[in-house]
Every structure is written in structure tokens, then in C-alpha cells.
Design a protein around this ligand. Structure first.
Ligand code: ADP
Length: 222
């Protein structure tokens, strides 16, 4: 899942994961877990995250490789927030040689203005990480509406100075990753400016048409 901060990558990754029963992971959530648990990776990543900078590739790659190695190979997986640099994209290609390669890179397209607007009003549940908007009357310290007992908080890197840095580093590093997948014809772009359910339907139909294409290619070669 690719897209600007606030594009809805995490929300859609969770919905698609439930629909197709495949695991998903968010590199940002993994880093936040490591940070909370004071692990070696968490300590290494902490300062970068707070500033809105990318965590160095070697640390990020180590963390994702560890997660991937724990997954059931036959199922595949959805990655949210990885890769974000060309180097990470190349390493992912290597990892995926054991999985038959990448199926698709979904790019959720929103404008920078929309990203800033969403991030500045976004709060999250400390347990399920579901995002809510201050505009809907949810505020920091509230109990999560899903009933999981989580407390609503604002991510420290959703504060304006870190957001500015995240947008800068995104255009410096991650735009190139989008080009990389576009050149290889792996990129599928969906608008992120429509409702959550509409984005979900668009992604599902993109996945279904890829499956159909593959099915008819297989049939032709029989
Ligand atoms: P965003 O909303 O900006 O997409 P995430 O929750 O995905 O934020 O990530 C939070 C932070 O974790 C990033 O700003 C960065 O510091 C770190 N991070 C997450 N994924 C990566 C990655 N693939 N490479 C480097 N740093 C990462």
C-alpha cells in the first residue's frame, strides 16, 4: 500500500486483509510497538519517528524481514508503509522471489492539501489503531468507540513540524518508489478522495481483475 501520510493505507490494508483473509502489517505500527516495548529496534527508531524522518533502511529492513519470516508462505501478505525507499523496494523484490513475486502495488492517491487536512484532525485508538477525526467530535483521552478499551490519542508525529518533514521525505524518497512500480507495470492507482467503502470496492475490483486476468492466461496456456 503506497500513498501520502493520511491517504488511508492502514484503513484499507485492514479491510482488504479481512476480506481476503491475508495478514497485513504496518511498518509504522510495528515501529510504534517496538518503541512502546523499549526494544533495541524501538530505541533505534524513536528519534527518527518523532521528527518525521525515515528510519534508516537497515533497521527498517531488519524489522520487516523478521515479520515476513514469521508468516505462512502460502497465504501472502499486505504491506502498509513498506517499501518507502528504492533500496527497500529492491530488498522486497529479493524477499518476494520466494513468494512468486509482487502481485501489485496499490497507490492511494490524495492531494497534499487533503493529507495535511486529515493528519491535523486525526486521532487514533491506542489499542486497535483505528483512526478517528476530531471533526467528528472524538477527542484525545476518549475511550475508543469500538469497545476495545483503548484510549484515543494524537500521534506525536502528527504535530505540524513533523508532518512537514514527513511530506518532504515522502516526495524525496517515496515518489521514486511509485515510479519504480509504475515502470514495471505493478502499480494500480485508486483515488483516496472518495469514501472508505468506495476506496475498498475499487481496490477489491482491482484485485479481482488481476485474478481474472491470471485465470484466463492460465486457461489459454492449458
Ligand atoms: P505515515 O502516516 O507517515 O504513513 P506511519 O505510521 O506509516 O506514518 O510511519 C510512522 C513513522 O515510522 C515514519 O514517519 C517513519 O519514521 C517510520 N517508518 C515507517 N515505515 C518506514 C519505512 N518503510 N522506512 C523508514 N521509516 C519508516
Amino acid at each position: 500500500m503506497l500513498g501520502l501520510p493520511g491517504a488511508g493505507k492502514g484503513t484499507q490494508a485492514r479491510l482488504i486483509s479481512q476480506k481476503f483473509k491475508i495478514p497485513t502489517v504496518s511498518s509504522g505500527d510495528l515501529f510504534r510497538d517496538h518503541d512502546k516495548n523499549n526494544t533495541e529496534l524501538g530505541i533505534l527508531a524513536r528519534d527518527y519517528m518523532l521528527k518525521g524522518a525515515y528510519v534508516p533502511d537497515d533497521v527498517t529492513i531488519r524489522m520487516i524481514t523478521e515479520w515476513v519470516s514469521l508468516q505462512d508462505k502460502s497465504k501472502g501478505f499486505i504491506l502498509d508503509g513498506f517499501p518507502r525507499t528504492i533500496n527497500q523496494a529492491r530488498v522486497l523484490d529479493d524477499i518476494l522471489t520466494n513468494y512468486g513475486g509482487l502481485d501489485m502495488a496499490v497507490y492511494i492517491d490524495i492531494s497534499v492539501a487533503e493529507a495535511i487536512n486529515r493528519i491535523s484532525t486525526r486521532v487514533l485508538c491506542s489499542i486497535c489503531q483505528s483512526p478517528f477525526s476530531l471533526l467528528d467530535g472524538v477527542k484525545e483521552g476518549d475511550v475508543c468507540r469500538t469497545g476495545d478499551g483503548g484510549v484515543i490519542y494524537q500521534r506525536p508525529d502528527d504535530k505540524p513540524s513533523a508532518v512537514e518533514e514527513r511530506l518532504k521525505v515522502y516526495s524525496r524518497e517515496t515518489q521514486e518508489v511509485i515510479q519504480y512500480y509504475q515502470t514495471r507495470d505493478n502499480l494500480r492507482t485508486v483515488s483516496g478522495a472518495i469514501s472508505i467503502n468506495e476506496v475498498k470496492s475499487e481496490i477489491i475490483s482491482t484485485i479481482t481483475s488481476l485474478e481474472n486476468e491470471r485465470y484466463s492466461t492460465d486457461r489459454r496456456s492449458i
